[in-house]
Design a protein around this ligand. Structure first.
Ligand SMILES: Nc1ncnc2c1ncn2[C@@H]1O[C@H](COP(=O)(O)OP(=O)(O)OP(=O)(O)O)[C@@H](O)[C@H]1O
Length: 273
C-alpha cells in the first residue's frame, strides 16, 4: 500500500513584476508517496522550481500562493515561517543545481555540515563526526575524513554535489527535493549522481522530488512523472505510459526530441564499432 507523504491540491502561484500580475503556477495537484521518486519535467520557465519553492515557503513577498500542500496532516501553504524553517532543515531538504552557491567558501566542509547538525540536534561533537563519516561513506566518498577537512573550492563539482546530497540526507528527512542536481556536471558524474539518488530511495526509503528539463535523466530516476508546461501539469503518470499515450502536444514534442537524440546516439555508436 502506498503512503502519501505530500499531497498537493490546486496550487496557484502569482508573481507581481513590472508587467503586472503573472500567474506562473496554475492549479496543479499531485501526490508524492513514501519511498517514491516523483520527476517534474518541463522546459525552462514552465514553473517546476516555483512549484516546489511555494510548497516549502521560500518565495519572497512578490509571490502569492494559494491551494494546499499537506505534509504530516498540516497545510504548508501559509504555515508560519518558524515552522517551515524547522521543517526545511529537518524533514524536507533541498539539493540545488550549484553546490558552490550553498557552501560558504570560508569554512571547511566539516564545519558547515556540523553547523547543520548543531542547529537541529543536540548531538555531541564525536557523535556528529561519526554521523558525518557514515553519511559520506554511504555517498561512496573515498577518504571521507580528508574530504571533511577540505574547503568547498578544493573539491570537484561532482564531489561537492555528493557532499551536498549528504548534507541533505544527514538529518534523515522524509523528503528530498532535488532541483536540476545533475545539470551543471558532466555525463559520467551525472550518471553517478543519479545512482546515488536511486540508492537513497531504495536503501533509505526516502521520498524524492526530482526536477529536470532532461527527459533522459528523469527516465533514469523517477517512478512517476509530472510534465509541466506554462504553469500547468499537462501529463502525469509513469513515464513509459506517458511516452505511449502522451495526451499533450508539448509532451509529444519532448518525446520526439528524446527519440531523435537517442537515434543519433545509437547511429554514432554503430559507426564507431
Ligand atoms: N523572481 C521572479 N519574478 C518574476 N517572475 C519570476 C521570478 N522567478 C520566476 N519567475 C517566472 O516564473 C515562471 C516559472 O519559473 P520557474 O523558475 O519555476 O521555471 P522552471 O521550470 O523551474 O525553469 P528553470 O529551470 O529555468 O528555473 C517563469 O516564467 C519565470 O520567468
Amino acid at each position: 500500500m502506498k503512503t502519501p507523504v505530500l499531497k498537493v491540491e490546486n496550487l496557484f502561484v502569482t508573481v507581481k513584476d513590472q508587467s503586472g500580475l503573472n500567474q506562473v503556477v496554475k492549479g496543479i495537484s499531485f501526490v508524492l508517496n513514501k519511498g517514491e521518486c516523483l520527476g517534474i519535467l518541463g522546459e525552462s520557465g514552465s514553473g517546476k522550481s516555483i512549484t516546489m519553492k511555494a510548497i516549502i515557503g521560500i518565495l519572497d513577498s512578490s509571490f502569492s500562493v494559494s491551494g494546499e500542500a499537506i505534509y504530516n496532516g498540516k497545510n504548508l501553504i501559509g504555515a508560519p515561517q518558524k515552522y517551515l524553517r524547522k521543517l526545511r532543515g529537518q524533514k524536507i531538504t533541498l539539493v540545488m543545481q550549484h553546490p558552490m552557491a550553498c557552501f560558504d567558501p570560508l569554512f571547511s566542509i566539516e564545519k558547515q555540515m556540523k553547523e547543520t547538525l548543531r542547529t537541529h540536534t543536540s548531538m555531541a561533537d564525536d557523535e556528529m563526526e561519526k554521523k558525518l563519516l557514515d553519511i559520506l561513506n554511504f555517498m561512496c566518498i573515498r577518504q571521507p575524513d580528508e574530504v571533511l577537512k577540505k574547503y568547498p573550492h578544493q573539491l570537484s563539482g561532482g564531489m561537492l554535489q555528493r557532499v551536498m546530497i549528504g548534507l541533505a540526507l544527514v538529518m534523515d528527512p522524509d523528503i528530498i527535493i532535488a532541483d536540476e542536481p545533475t545539470t551543471a556536471i558532466d555525463a559520467i558524474t551525472q550518471y553517478e549522481i543519479i545512482q546515488e539518488f536511486l540508492r537513497i530511495k531504495n536503501q533509505r526509503g526516502k521520498s524524492i522530488v526530482f526536477i529536470s528539463h532532461d527527459i533522459g535523466v528523469i527516465s533514469a530516476v523517477a517512478d512517476k512523472v509530472l510534465v509541466m508546461n506554462q504553469g500547468c501539469v499537462v501529463d502525469q503518470g509513469k513515464l513509459d505510459e506517458i511516452i505511449k499515450n502522451a495526451s499533450d502536444p508539448y509532451t509529444r514534442q519532448l518525446i520526439r526530441t528524446r527519440n531523435k537524440i537517442t537515434q543519433k546516439y545509437e547511429e554514432s555508436v554503430k559507426r564507431s564499432i
